[in-house]
Design a protein around this ligand. Structure first.
Ligand SMILES: Cc1ncc(COP(=O)(O)O)c(C=O)c1O
Length: 477
């Protein structure tokens, strides 16, 4: 993988030959050992092994944080081979770093769990950087007289994504984003595709509306037009959904969220399968999208992850399956409580049978490996820990309930081990204005709630007392 082909000297060739053995050992360990593990074991160990620790890291059982901006080389031949990406290297932490390497492998393996093929990952400094990293390579302008490129995306998406697509791409770069209002209607996707379309993009479940779509059907549609499908699967995490197993080409994750529920910082990832489908891009990009953007595009643009954040997130990810199980079960209880409350107009939770996408979501959202778990011994649906509810009586009453929360944190955040709530219309989705919120189906009386790992009774009690404030402040309904 290189921008230009370079002349290989005999000295460089010696380094290249040496590295072949290391790469063969890694492939063997991956195929013969790691890929045979269950999801939890991969989440705990990833590619970091006892052998690796003893050989390279003084036996440290936790992946070390490599606080070094750059890597030294033995001589000019090794340096030239490394900078031409002819041998495994990390060079400079804007390009790669040993700590982010372990983070990337864990995420590649978790998103690829159950997929009959190979996946790779490019770490990014945030979820937003993951989104731009994933879409930009397809949106190059071609001066062939056919007009600017366009792409098709679900209107129900995170407010930051809406802004990136609307302001940064459409308004500033003349790249048209064609919004799909109802992503469950395949014809709405199909009718927006033309000869200048470069990709299909969908967030599922969406934040905060819990929009959903049939991943396999949309992937088939994309592929029939020689386009890639990119999915933002942040809300589900690979513990509940792995879109690549259902035909998606690329997945973006705001690892900031449930994957690193401890909440120390911001981080993201782009995970792709080998040999993606696309009507644009060179062979290298199509063959290994994530590694290509990591070593070329992101080397030049620089949206890279810090090694401290990589290891902190990695540590959080080890228990993602059991956390998503527990927090999903708690959310189900909280959603049921709210649905029965007289002060609540409506509840949106995919786990409830009254949600319009419940049946579709039930086809896709499964707790990974539940059939190998002594507690279940069967396949089990889990719907995540994001939900939202609308308060009866409008925006003012919604703010009253919100302001009276005591245990639940008021913050523009989700995916935390601590329960967090926000009002999207005044926070995450405030910039997109009334019209944009209408398109995305975000009313002003909606509270987004992400239930953490507390006992659900304590969260219910907090919501109960906050809703009780309505009858104190507005005694006559
Ligand atoms: C679904 C989704 N995607 C992407 C992002 C952006 O991630 P980050 O905040 O890590 O940049 C968010 C943030 O809330 C999100 O909810």
């Amino acid at each position: 993988m290189a921008d230009n082909e370079i002349h290989i000297t005999p000295g460089m060739q010696r380094y290249i030959d040496q590295s072949k053995k290391d790469l063969a050992d890694r492939t063997q360990y991956l195929e013969q050992v790691v890929k045979k593990w269950k999801f939890d074991t991969i989440a705990v160990h990833g590619l970091y092994s006892v052998h690796d620790a003893l050989k390279n890291h003084q036996g440290a059982i936790i992946e070390p944080i490599f606080m070094s901006a750059s890597q030294a080389y033995a001589d000019s031949d090794e340096m030239a081979a490394a900078l031409a990406y002819k041998i495994p290297t990390w060079c400079y932490s804007r390009i790669a770093n040993p700590s982010t390497y372990y983070y990337e492998w864990t995420l590649a393996l978790l998103e690829g769990y159950g997929f009959d093929g190979t996946t790779s990952c490019c770490s990014t400094s945030s979820g937003m950087a993951a989104i731009s990293t994933a879409v930009l390579p397809f949106l190059q302008f071609r001066d062939n007289g056919s007009g600017p490129p366009n792409f098709v995306a679900t209107a129900q998406c995170y407010g930051g994504t809406f802004q990136q697509f609307t302001v940064r791409l459409m308004q500033e770069r003349n790249i048209e984003c064609r919004w799909v209002a109802d992503a469950t209607d395949l014809s709405q996707w199909a009718e927006k595709i033309d000869k200048n379309t470069r990709l299909l993009y969908g967030e599922l479940p969406s934040n905060p509306q819990l929009g959903f779509f049939d991943v396999q059907a949309v992937a088939d549609l994309a592929h029939s037009h020689n386009l890639p499908l990119i999915c933002d699967s942040t809300v589900a995490t690979p513990a509940l959904l792995r879109p690549i197993c259902h035909g998606a080409d690329i997945v973006v994750q705001s690892v900031t969220k449930s994957l690193s529920s401890g909440g120390f910082g911001i981080c993201g990832a782009v995970i792709s399968r080998k040999n993606i489908v696309s009507n644009i891009g060179d062979d290298g990009l199509l063959e290994d999208f994530a590694l290509n953007v990591k070593f070329l595009q992101n080397r030049d643009l620089g949206p890279n992850l810090h090694p401290v954040q990589a290891v902190m997130a990695l540590n959080d990810m080890r228990t993602i399956r059991s956390k998503m199980d527990m927090m999903s079960r708690s959310t189900e209880k909280v959603a049921d409580f709210l649905a029965d409350h007289p002060g609540v107009e409506s509840v949106q939770y995919l786990g409830r049978t009254d949600h319009q996408h419940h049946e579709l979501a039930a086809r896709y959202l499964w707790l990974v490996d539940a059939e190998h778990d002594d507690q279940y011994n069967r396949a089990v649906n889990r719907y995540g820990h994001l939900m939202s509810f609308c308060v009866k009586g409008g925006a003012e009453k919604t703010r009253t309930v919100f302001d009276n929360l005591q245990r639940i944190w008021r913050a523009t955040d989700l995916g935390r081990i601590k329960s967090v709530a926000t009002i999207p219309a005044i926070s995450t989705h405030q910039q997109q204005g009334e019209e944009g919120r209408e398109l995305a189906k975000i009313p002003n009386n909606m509270i987004r709630l992400c239930v953490g790992a507390e006992h659900p009774d304590d969260i219910i009690a907090d919501l109960d007392q906050a809703l009780a404030a309505l009858t104190k402040i507005y005694p006559v309904a």
